[in-house]
Design a protein around this ligand. Structure first.
Ligand SMILES: *Cc1c(COP(=O)(O)O)cnc(C)c1O
Length: 481
């Protein structure tokens, strides 16, 4: 066989990626073409035979670019999505090129060791104990699932039931309690785990979506069976951080009447957990170390490429019981656990390696700088907007999320707020996204990109204000329509 030509396709890809990344902050953030147009453009027959790889990649670049959303722009504020860094992109590519199946420990020593170190660095950065288990997942949905599977194991085992062997049927009922703003990925995890999303007992929250510890105490008091409580370090709308110390105090009282391990406290830290790295923000998380498990995303605030999250627990045994595998044909490490022991997949991408690279390139002070600056930028954004006529900031900025509403002259919001958002997204200079808060439309501005600075926030605010003022003048009174 001829030796494959690796250079042409990779050269085309590198050049296209460099062009894309260099220009991503200057192009319109919204895609030029919508989904229907992209589907129409790509509606081609399966090629009947081989094509030159370099030409395939050049064609891919040409056809895809008009349909790309510029998420890696410092003025992309949609949902909660981070960007990518030079070290992260390159490490991610190498993970692909090296083609290591990183599920088992010993056959792929380089990636196993890199993930091992990445896990240690994450623990150190977040101030967690050295024996906290870490699984590198595709994101926080998977991390929540993994943590709650470990929780399910532990609370049922404490009550004499081996869920791995026997399943849930016939076992003790598990109570699951969380804030009424619990993220949909947690309810999805409950669905997948056979606990069912309706099992979640929702506890009242305050104006910033933080669970009320007194209301929690009412709900969990006298719980004698297995109990899982989920909390949030960063609500998806407000960035609100639950009061972990007060919550853990409530659970300690329940624990006093329970067998050891019968109560599990989980933290969904998809958005906010990296705030723990910042000495300034850390006090807002007081008591977070008293939890039993934490999920986080690396592809949000840490700006690692997709797919990247982590599931962490204080109970490696429960974590491993839920996910380890053995088989006569596998090469399972002794001593160091297999990377696949902490996550659902058997064959797996070494997704901890880009985490390693991003942490290696930023270092502790770099992570803290990104976290602190984006927090400051969110505070700035909220302050600038809140000072404007007809603009109302709806949340207290604890992390990097701003929730805002725009009013027409007559006070109308249900048409005006979405109209402002649509105009701004269409304008292309900035890209916040939508939400519903208190039953009415709102705009969410997430400051998650590692480069967002004063100029970006001021441009975002200017674009919003321009649309707000123009639409207010054009449609001064909604009551007349
Ligand atoms: C984004 C998010 C998740 C889910 O994370 P993915 O990485 O998208 O799977 C879970 N919880 C919260 C609070 C989130 O913001």
């Amino acid at each position: 066989m001829e030796r494959p030509d690796w250079e042409t396709s990779l050269d085309v890809a590198v050049r296209a990626a460099q062009d894309w990344l260099a220009g991503v902050g200057d192009r319109p953030i919204r895609p030029e073409r919508d989904l229907d147009e992209m589907v129409a453009t790509l509606d081609r027959a399966l090629p009947s035979g081989p094509s030159d790889p370099g030409r395939v990649i050049a064609d891919l670049v040409e056809v895809a670019e008009p349909g790309l959303l510029a998420i890696n722009s410092p003025r992309f504020h949609g949902w909660v999505m981070g960007g990518v860094t030079p070290a992260g992109v390159a490490a991610d590519w190498l993970v692909t090129a090296w083609d290591q199946n990183a599920g088992m420990a010993t056959p792929t020593p380089a990636t196993t060791a890199l993930e091992h170190v990445a896990a240690r660095w994450v623990r150190e950065l977040l101030g967690m104990d050295p024996d906290v288990s870490v699984g590198f997942t595709t994101g926080a949905t998977m991390a929540n699932l993994v943590c709650l599977a470990a929780a399910r194991d532990a609370v049922l085992r404490a009550h004499g039931w081996d869920v791995e062997a026997r399943g849930l049927v016939g076992g003790p009922a598990v109570r699951v309690v969380g804030p009424d703003h619990t993220h949909v990925s947690v309810t999805k995890a409950l669905r997948i785990l056979g606990l069912g999303q309706d099992r979640l007992v929702r506890v009242a929250t305050d104006d910033n979506a933080r669970m009320d510890p007194d209301a929690l105490a009412e709900v969990v008091r006298d719980t004698s069976g297995p109990l899982i409580v989920t909390t949030q370090a960063g609500d998806v709308h407000t960035g609100g951080i639950d009061r972990f110390d007060a919550i853990a105090d409530v659970l300690d009282e329940v624990r006093a009447d329970q067998p050891d391990g019968g109560v599990w406290l989980h933290v969904d830290g998809a958005i906010g957990l990296w705030g723990l790295a910042s000495p300034d923000l850390r006090p807002s998380f007081a008591g977070v170390e008293r939890a039993d498990s934490w999920s986080s995303d690396a592809h949000k605030w840490l700006n690692v490429p997709y797919d990247s999250g982590m599931a962490m627990t204080r109970h490696p045994d429960a974590h491993r019981r839920a996910f380890s595998m053995s088989g006569d044909y596998l090469a399972m490490g002794d001593g160091m656990a297999n990377p696949g022991d902490w996550v659902p997949e058997m064959s797996r991408r070494a997704r901890g390696v880009p985490v390693w690279a991003v942490l290696a390139s930023l270092g502790r002070s770099g992570v803290v700088e990104v976290v602190d600056r984006t927090h400051r930028m969110a505070v700035r954004c909220a302050r600038l907007l809140d000072a404007q006529d007809g603009v109302e900031v709806l949340n207290e900025v604890e992390l990097n999320q701003v929730l805002v509403r725009f009013r027409a002259h007559d006070g109308e919001v249900d048409l005006h707020t979405p109209a402002v958002l649509a105009a701004v997204q269409q304008g292309g200079a900035t890209f916040p996204s939508h939400a519903t808060w208190d039953g009415h439309p709102a705009v969410r501005i997430s400051v998650s990109h590692w480069r967002t600075d004063v100029d970006d926030i001021d441009r975002t605010v200017a674009a919003l204000m321009q649309a707000h003022c123009r639409l207010r003048t054009e449609a001064p009174d909604h009551a007349d329509r």
